[in-house]
Design a protein around this ligand. Structure first.
Ligand code: NAI
Length: 373
């Protein structure tokens, strides 16, 4: 039995050596270093790591891996910190362009594990060129993001951000706090994937009508009462609330621009818990100034990298666009926190570590369950 297993392993290695010498080299050096450091668990370099990330990862880890905390985001200057690690674990604001990929490859990283769903920040071609596999966490808790979406919409509608501050000053007045019934309103959901569908379920519970838009409509989902697919223009024209749940890619970059805002129902609310680049922020500011947009709830911002996830409270905010955006009393900005629930953190950690374990077991490319292709 033992002999058969060894023969099969050797056969497999020979096939890999013939077809993919770079992968063979990585396997060979992994096997060698495993022999040298049998007691040392393999290392995962965790970039932009916060205490809440590490807590969840340590809990899911059970001593299988060494988690190397790197507080900085990934850059060509910080990539070297991953030397000796089998995988670099990165998040939404770690830029992973060709230069960073090259830097990671040069220190021996063979796997980039995104601890998020979106992968717009990774140059996949560069990864392929360097024989680096990329995995992500395609679904951890669509509920977490959907519930934050609803929180932003309710907060803006009922002016809770203003009421909270006003009441703390002792001004217990109601002027300016009038909202609207959600019941009977039309919600436009752009992107009816996992998160978009959770948002739809929630707003149907309020008695809203849903107009949806998706490049690949889910007709079965639209069979239910009060849900229909429409063109993007029709959605924008009818919706009292527009919520974005599509990934950021070339086709969706600045999906909400001047033209789209002009097509929106006057005074409509816009919510974005997806990716900042879906909205042309300057167009949004113009729309807020003209009143075309009645309120905006933003968990993401196109220039959030370097700002969100950092404590800048002892510095001045140098991003004038963000500063202007946050000066509106009908705008609420949260710093990419829609995912941040205990359940989501646990699922992210478990899926990411399972992917690294698969990689260490020799799976590559399509053999990796959560490979980004
Ligand atoms: P998903 O992949 O389940 O759904 C995306 C939907 O967008 C799909 O139905 C797809 O057909 C549609 N779509 C793709 N390209 C399109 C286009 N050009 N036009 C119209 N529709 C298009 O993704 P999921 O899980 O619902 O996540 C959506 C987005 O939410 C992610 O891509 C990510 O950017 C963002 N997100 C934000 C988080 C946060 O903390 N703020 C956390 C997790 C995800």
């Amino acid at each position: 039995m033992q002999h058969n297993l060894a023969a099969a392993l050797l056969d497999r290695l020979r096939t890999i050596e013939a077809g993919d010498p770079a992968r063979f080299e990585r396997l060979r050096s992994a096997i060698e270093s495993d022999g040298r450091d049998a007691a040392e668990p393999p290392t995962i370099a965790v970039f932009d790591a916060k205490a809440f990330d590490l807590d969840a990862f340590e809990e899911a880890n059970g001593g299988r891996f060494q988690l190397k905390r790197i507080k900085d985001t990934l850059s060509t200057q910080t990539a070297g910190a991953a030397a000796g690690a089998v995988a670099a674990c990165i998040f939404v604001n770690d830029r992973c362009d060709a230069a960073e990929v090259q830097a990671l490859a040069s220190v021996g990283v063979g796997l980039i594990a995104l601890r998020c769903a979106g992968y717009n920040n990774v140059d996949l071609q560069a990864c392929a060129d360097h024989g680096i596999d990329v995995v992500r966490v395609p679904a951890y808790s669509p509920h977490a993001v959907a519930e934050h979406t609803i929180a932003l919409a309710l907060m803006l509608n009922r002016h809770l951000h203003i009421a909270y501050l006003r009441n703390r000053t002792g001004a217990f007045t109601l002027d300016g706090l009038t909202g609207f019934d959600m019941h009977g309103k039309t919600v436009g959901v752009i992107g009816t994937g996992q998160i978009g569908r959770c948002v739809i379920d929630a707003v149907l519970g309020f008695g809203c009508r849903v107009v949806a838009f998706d490049a690949y409509p889910n007709e079965a989902f639209a069979q239910q009462p009060n849900v229909e697919y429409a063109s993007l223009d029709a959605l924008l024209a009818q919706s009292d609330i527009v919520s974005l749940h599509v990934p950021l890619m070339e086709a969706t970059h600045h999906l909400i621009d001047h033209d789209a805002i002009e097509k929106m129902k006057p005074g409509a609310m816009l919510i974005n818990t997806s990716r900042g680049g879906l909205i042309d922020t300057r167009a949004l500011i113009d729309g807020l100034k003209s009143g075309r947009i009645g309120a905006a709830g933003l968990d993401v911002y196109e220039e959030e990298a370097g700002i969100f996830f950092r404590d800048l409270s002892s510095q001045v905010l140098t991003d004038d666009v963000l500063a202007r955006l946050m000066s509106f009393n009908n705008v609420v900005v949260t710093s990419h926190q829609a995912f941040l629930t205990r359940e989501a953190l646990t699922a992210i950690a478990e899926t990411t570590l399972a992917s690294v374990a698969e990689y260490l077991a020799g799976r590559r490319g399509d053999e990796l369950t959560h490979r980004v292709s």
